[in-house]
Design a protein around this ligand. Structure first.
Ligand code: F6R
Length: 362
C-alpha cells in the first residue's frame, strides 16, 4: 500500500509529478493562454471583483500566501490571506465585490469552515479549493475547485501543497484573462511554467540521495532556520513547518530580510540556514541574508536556480529554470530534507505525536 516506500509521506512526496498532472489535466490551453475550471463564477462578477480573502490553516495557509502574490500580480486584485482562526470579515468592504476562498486539503478543518460560513453570511461569494470531493467545505461554499491530488494519508501535507498552488495559479490565469490584466502571451508563459512543474519536480525527486546525505549530515543541529523572500517566504515557512512536525526539531521560517531584526541572535555554527534562492524569490537580496548567516558560522544550504550563491553555500540543491514556479521546486527539496532528518531520528513520520490529519475541532 505504501508502494515500496517506507512511509506514506515519502510515497506522497514522490507522487507530486502525478498529482500535478492530474491538477492540470483538461484544464489548460497553453497555446491560447486560457484555462477552463468549470466554475460558476460569471465573468461580469470576476471583472467587478475588488478583493479576494483567502482563509486557511497550516500548510494550506502557506499555499494561500503563495497564491496571493500570483493573484495580485497577474489579476490585479487586492488579496488578503488569513489564518482561519483569526479571520473576521472586515466591515467597510463591499461583500458583493469580495470573493472568499477557503483553501483546505481535507475540506473539514473546523476553523476554515467557520470562516467561510461567517463570510457567506455577510453576502460575500465563497469558493472552496480542496482535495476532497463532497467534503463539508464544498457543501458550504458557492463553488468548489478541486486540486485532484489523490488521497493523502501522511499527517504532514506534501503533495497537496503543490497541487493547491498549481490550481490557484490556474485560477489566477483565469481571472487575469477575464479581467484583461493578463495578455494571451503572458498567460501562455505562466501556463508553460505551470506545465513544466511535473518534470521539474521529478528532477528534484531524482536528487533524493543527495538530499538524504546532506540532511543526515546536519540532522543533529540545535535548530534550523528557513529564509526566503516574496514567493520564497511562504516556502520557507512551509519548510520549517514540515521539519518541526515530523522531526520535533526547532525550526522557524521567516522573510529573509527579518533575519537581522532579531533571529540573527540565535544563528550559530549549530544552526543551519536553508535559503530559497530562485526566481520569484528576490534571490539576490536573500544572498545578503545568506552572507549575514555565514559570517556567524552557520552552515547555509540553498535551493537555487541559475547556480546562485554557489560560492557561499555549504550545500546546494539545483532548481531548474521555471519562473514563478521555481520556489515550489525548492519546496520539494525542503520536504525531502525534513523527511530524512526525521527518518534518521526514527520519528513516527506518518503520525507525528499530538497531530491529526484533519482538525475538526476549534
Ligand atoms: C501540515 C498540515 C496542517 C494542515 C492544516 C490544514 O503538514 O498538514 O498544517 O495543513 O491542518 O488542513 P486542511 O488543509 O485539511 O484544512
Amino acid at each position: 500500500e505504501k508502494g515500496g516506500y517506507e512511509h506514506y509521506m515519502l510515497k506522497e512526496i514522490h507522487e507530486q509529478p502525478q498529482a500535478l498532472r492530474q491538477a492540470l489535466s483538461g484544464r489548460v490551453d497553453e497555446m491560447q493562454g486560457t484555462v477552463e475550471l468549470g466554475l460558476d463564477l460569471p465573468a461580469e462578477y470576476l471583472r467587478s471583483l475588488e478583493e479576494i480573502q483567502i482563509v486557511a490553516c497550516g500548510t494550506s495557509y502557506h499555499a494561500g500566501l503563495y497564491a496571493a502574490h500570483l493573484l495580485e500580480e497577474h489579476a490585479d486584485v487586492r488579496v488578503t490571506v488569513h489564518v482561519a482562526s483569526e479571520y473576521e470579515f472586515r466591515g467597510g468592504r463591499d461583500p458583493w465585490r469580495t470573493l472568499v476562498v477557503a483553501v483546505t486539503q481535507s475540506g473539514e478543518t473546523a476553523e476554515t469552515l467557520g470562516a467561510l460560513r461567517d463570510a457567506a453570511r455577510t453576502g460575500a461569494r465563497t469558493l472552496a479549493v480542496t482535495n476532497t470531493v463532497g467534503s463539508s467545505v464544498t457543501r458550504a461554499a458557492d463553488d468548489a475547485l478541486y486540486i485532484r491530488a489523490g488521497p493523502e494519508i501522511g499527517v504532514a501535507a506534501t503533495k497537496t501543497f503543490v497541487s493547491q498552488v498549481a490550481t490557484l495559479a490556474l485560477l489566477t490565469v483565469h481571472l487575469g484573462r477575464v479581467r484583461d490584466t493578463l495578455s494571451a502571451t503572458e498567460a501562455s508563459e505562466i501556463l508553460g511554467d505551470v506545465r513544466g512543474l511535473p518534470g521539474a519536480v521529478q528532477r528534484a525527486l531524482d536528487a533524493d540521495e543527495q538530499v538524504q546525505e546532506i540532511a543526515e549530515a546536519y540532522a543533529d543541529s540545535e535548530a534550523f532556520f528557513f529564509i526566503g523572500r516574496h514567493l520564497g517566504h511562504p516556502v520557507s515557512m512551509e519548510g520549517a513547518l514540515k521539519l518541526k512536525e515530523i522531526s520535533y526539531d526547532h525550526a522557524e521560517g521567516f522573510p529573509a530580510g527579518e533575519l537581522k531584526h532579531g533571529p540573527l541572535a540565535l544563528v550559530t555554527d549549530e544552526t543551519p540556514v536553508l535559503a530559497v534562492l530562485t526566481d520569484g524569490a528576490n534571490a539576490d537580496a536573500t544572498l545578503n541574508s545568506v552572507k549575514e548567516a555565514e559570517s556567524r558560522g552557520a552552515p547555509v544550504i540553498g535551493c537555487a536556480s541559475d547556480g546562485r550563491g554557489e560560492k557561499l553555500l555549504d550545500a546546494g540543491f539545483d532548481v531548474p529554470s521555471l519562473g514563478e514556479m521555481e520556489p515550489l521546486v525548492a519546496n520539494v527539496y525542503l520536504q525531502l530534507f525534513a523527511y530524512h532528518v526525521a527518518n534518521s531520528k526514527g520519528r513516527a513520520i506518518d503520525k507525528p505525536r499530538n497531530l491529526a490529519k484533519s482538525v475538526t475541532v476549534e
